[in-house]
Ligand binder design. Structure first.
Ligand code: GRG
Length: 298
């Protein structure tokens, strides 16, 4: 994502990503190191950028949205650390670097993930009391914290991960596949956009339109990620589709092949752009971003 506006939001998050972490007892220096290691490992910061952009789009002040932007990045980072653990995906590399448990050990990686998750709630709630004399702003902040908690939780990302774990080595229906993507990936992306919209003071229509946009790019994002993950040649994938190996993964490319998956990703991208068509140039950032995310497979 190279566009100027994206990089401006991303830099803002980058500059503040450690600022909203709690001061940790000096005895827990390893915990701080483990949390910082993954936070600074060079992710795209997509969810936090979307949160800030949605806040701007709805007329809010992006500075007041910063703790929420960093909080959602803490949650995303924790999910990656835990997903890489031997009990889950058992990955050695993440973002081109050794995974957290490879550097700090399994126990510390679990704790670093826990530390990041709980720090997210601390960051979102820390200054809440300062807003008691401004009920409108207070409501927006409470709502944003709720959206993020819900998207990350048992009706969102965790539910998707559970369904993914349970689908392993089984044939799953398209309905289950969509459920996994909608929750494992799209739920946190939707939460970012909805939280930003609330913080910015959205009206009902803006919220609905942004929600539709986020759901479509969220689903497209996972399909694109799975296409990139396959990385083998199309011919190779063609051979694997329908094979036992291919059927072990609950992904679009493994179930339906590359061409069908690309078509689906492009269709979702067009749906996302269409959801914001009423806003013309004001939605330019979001339209460009949808195209950029999809162009990773072109
Ligand atoms: C709570 C253990 C646990 C898991 C939750 C998020 C998740 C489910 C698992 C992570 C693995 C995975 C493939 C998730 C799908 C979402 C996704 C494509 C994550 C990668 O997001 P990017 O590309 O990552 O935004 P960067 O590195 O750019 O931050």
């Amino acid at each position: 994502m190279q566009n100027e506006e994206y990089l401006r939001y991303k830099n803002l998050v980058d500059e503040h990503i450690l600022y909203f972490l709690p001061d940790i007892d000096h005895k827990s220096i390893t915990l701080t190191e483990a949390m910082t290691y993954s936070l600074k490992a060079g992710g795209k910061m997509l969810r936090s950028v979307l949160l800030l952009a949605a806040c701007d789009f709805c007329g809010g002040d992006e500075k007041t949205a910063l703790p929420y932007a960093c909080a959602i990045e803490y949650i995303h980072t924790y999910s990656l650390i835990h997903d890489d653990l031997p009990a889950m995906d058992n990955d050695d590399l993440r973002r081109g670097m050794p995974t957290n448990h490879k550097v700090f050990g399994e126990a510390m990686a679990i704790l670093a993930g826990d530390g990041l998750l709980t720090s997210a709630f601390e960051a979102m709630n820390k200054d809440m009391l300062l807003y008691f004399d401004n009920v409108d702003l207070l409501k927006r902040r409470v709502r944003a914290a709720y959206e993020i908690s819900k998207g990350a939780g048992c009706r969102g990302m965790i539910a998707g991960q559970v369904a993914d774990v349970e689908a392993e080595n089984k044939q799953c229906t398209r309905e289950i596949l969509d459920y996994i993507h909608l929750n494992k990936t799209a739920a946190l992306i939707k939460a970012a956009v909805r939280a930003g919209a609330y913080l910015g003071g959205c009206d009902k229509k803006m919220l609905e339109d942004l929600d539709a946009y986020a759901e479509n790019i969220g689903l497209a994002f996972q399909i694109v990620d799975d296409i990139l993950d396959v990385s083998g040649s199309e011919a190779e994938l063609g051979k694997r589709v329908g094979s036992d190996e291919a059927n072990q993964k609950a992904t679009y490319p493994c179930r339906y092949g590359l061409e069908e998956s690309k078509k689906k990703a492009n269709e979702l991208t067009e749906n996302a752009k269409h959801a914001l068509a009423d806003y013309y140039d004001n939605a330019e950032f979001f339209i460009k971003l949808a195209d950029e995310l999809a162009s990773r497979i072109k």
